[in-house]
Design a protein around this ligand. Structure first.
Ligand SMILES: [Mg+2]
Length: 406
């Protein structure tokens, strides 16, 4: 089998539903972001073969830029056997190195292509993609909704979504919310997200204050590149930590895992380097008794399928993050569209990834722009016109609200 062509499908994506995570923060409101930041983009990749098998993949990590990267990589992949996945991944990695160390853009490009290659291999063998490397250990996975609780504790709203919730403690969160949510019959996770980020000292103090609530984890408590800061929090508080959504490849996730700075690793299925890298990251984590919860956030539905296949084939799967009440066009973007039942998603049975995009629907939403705006008044994270309008790490002046409740 030979690769004959690689094509990209880039689309503008509306903001999640008004009550969903990210509907009023860095992505801005739908109307606001459509004109300024472009909210989200989804980039899908199709790899075509001379045997008529077509593979589908998805890239995150700045999709508009990655589209160009995929088109560059296309040149070295035409004529290659798509089933030689590891060799082609290494070839892509070597080709990108001329630009320096690979970040999420390069890894995002490799991710979409790698995902499509696993789709092709599954279709060629007649197996679901996960079966190609490990078989299947489970048939369904818990999906973790991200209800909007920003600034207010709404335990009743969280319970609508089942027995798990993640409270995105963003800017504007007021003290006392966790106290009212905790102690119930659900697992609670808190995502400090950023930017702006807490300092390690403040994050450690917050983590200690949250010890009594038996959190499943605190996610991204500080800037992702401050690994020594993670160690400080680790030493100061007995609260599970999760991180890794902004890293890519085994090299990006390695220190979080090998230094056991987290209890849950969260590689992003669209930019971690593909299924090839995700399963290696999962194996590294397994050796350190670390669970895997693939990051989703702004990801589209094709990557969600890839995450399901990964989770079904590894022993240390925790759950799949997802925005339950996402943009209404999400369901029309792919066929079939996964629907969670009682908080669980079914692992597809069709050969390969088991999903395709509706190309005509995708073409109706051309990309406009795709950056994050930090000055949405609704977010409260930055105050337009003040000194902290654009900072990476926010000092106590603003973040002190966490501790005072004011
Ligand atoms: Mg997160």
């Amino acid at each position: 089998m030979k690769i004959t062509d690689i094509r990209t499908f880039l689309m503008h994506v509306g903001a999640p539903a008004p009550k969903a995570w990210a509907s009023d923060n860095a992505f801005g409101t739908q109307a606001y972001s459509a004109g300024i930041t472009g909210t989200r983009n989804w980039l899908f990749v199709k790899v075509y073969t001379d045997e008529g098998i077509v593979g589908i993949g998805e890239c995150s990590g700045w999709p508009r830029v990655i589209e160009t990267a995929v088109q560059d990589l296309r040149r070295i992949l035409i004529g290659e056997d798509p089933t030689h996945i590891e060799r082609l991944w290494q070839r892509m990695m070597s080709a990108i190195m001329v630009h320096g160390m690979t970040g999420t853009v390069g890894a995002g490009a490799m991710t979409g292509i790698d995902m499509a290659l696993w789709d092709i291999k599954g279709k060629a063998l007649g197996f679901r993609s996960g079966t190609c490397w490990a078989g299947r250990s489970a048939t369904r996975f818990a999906s973790t909704p991200m209800p909007t609780l920003r600034g207010r504790a709404r335990p009743e709203g969280a319970r609508r979504h089942g027995d798990q919730m993640r409270w995105c403690v963003g800017p504007g969160a007021q003290g006392g919310g966790v106290a009212r949510c905790g102690g119930g019959d659900m697992d609670i996770m808190i995502d400090l997200h950023g930017p702006p980020w807490l300092t390690p000292g403040d994050a450690a103090r917050l983590a200690r204050a949250l010890e009594p609530f038996n959190l499943l984890f605190i996610e991204d408590p500080i800037a992702p590149d401050n690994l020594d800061g993670y160690k400080r929090i680790r030493d100061a508080a007995h609260v599970p930590l999760a991180a890794g959504e902004r890293m890519s490849t085994i090299f990006g996730e390695r220190d979080l895992i090998e230094r056991e700075l987290v209890d849950v690793i969260q590689p992003d299925t669209g930019r971690a380097g593909g299924i090839t890298q995700m399963k290696k990251i999962a194996a590294m984590a397994e050796a350190h008794h670390i669970m895997v919860a693939p990051h989703s956030g702004s990801l589209g539905p094709v990557a969600e399928y890839a995450a399901l296949h990964l989770l079904a084939a590894i022993p240390n799967a925790l759950f799949l993050e997802r925005i339950e009440d996402d943009w209404e066009g999400r369901a029309q973007t792919v066929v079939p569209h996964p629907v969670s039942v009682d908080g669980f998603l079914q692992v597809p049975d069709a050969p390969g990834l088991g999903v395709d995009i509706d190309e005509a629907f995708v073409a109706r939403f051309p990309s406009q722009a795709n950056i994050s705006s930090q000055v949405s008044a609704a977010s409260g994270s930055y105050v337009p016109g003040t000194h902290d309008e654009n900072v990476y790490v926010q000092t106590r002046l603003q973040r002190g609200r966490y501790f005072t409740g004011r």
